[in-house]
Design a protein around this ligand. Sequence first.
Ligand code: HEC
Length: 293
Amino acid sequence: MRNLIRYIFITLLVFSFLNSNSQEWVVADDIASIQNPSPYTLQNVNKGKELYLKNCKSCHGDAGKNNALPLVPIPPDVTSAQMHANSEGALFHKITAGRGTMPQFETSISEDDRWRIVNYIMNFNPANEPLLVDAPKINAKLLGSVNEAEKKVEVLAEFQDKDGIYKKLANTPVFINSKKTFGKIKIGQATTDENGRAVYQIPETVVGDAEGKIDIIISMEDNYTVNELLLENAKVCAPNVAENLFDEAVLWGTNDRLQPWLLVSYLAIAVGAWLAIFYVVFQIVKIKRLGKE
Ligand code: HEC
């Protein structure tokens, strides 16, 4: 009996040892041969990249930098030969199921998104045309005007081609922002048509100053070098008037809304409080003096 227990114990120990050291992570053929239903497009690769940066980069590191966390075994770089020895089906299975320190993502990332992460990894497969390329920045120019009657912003975007000539920039997003004391806040965006023109309707929810004016800044995506366009004092919002002065936080929300009677009563209370304090101090001093006599 004792020998049997010892035998089972040793067998288990040996098996667990072998298991933890088996570097090869093999996936059954029928799973590995599943095709990726998500097409290999820039949009899917970009979505996969976003998910990778959020869920995987902390362990696997940046693509091509070999800066993974030193775990055992080391999480392979997404550009590595080890990663690309996997079929798309095998990658999907490994991301879904996990193993050891590599977590499973079956419950936290949807099936569609797991396939998009596979799309992203496949961007670095030597057999594929890479879709993510670090293109140099393009010089662009923005012109714009405000149509106050229709509460619209009209933008004309141009880019500089390789001969240095400015041409119409079609199908490109431009961002409409509201200028704030520090920086800007995005209101919305519009896409240029084939003539490089974009029209943006200012939503009614945007709040201006007392006269309904805002300063608008037009900007572009990071891959363009462009001087942001400032359109000052655009009267495209409803005037910002306080409707009921007794609404919470309206009364003294900003200094220009301050009511005279409110200021007077505040000062009266403050002065009264100080007088009371002085009176008490004065009395204490008086008691001390009387005690000395
Ligand atoms: C907590 C750290 C960690 C996170 C987070 C993580 N991994 Fe891993 N990953 C590992 C480790 C460790 C391995 C090696 C596992 C093994 O071989 O037993 C691994 C292995 C893999 C493999 C198999 C590579 C091979 O050898 O075939 C793939 C594919 C993979 N990870 C993809 C991902 C993706 C995609 C994500 C994000 C959705 C991710 N991993 C998130 C740690 C991590």
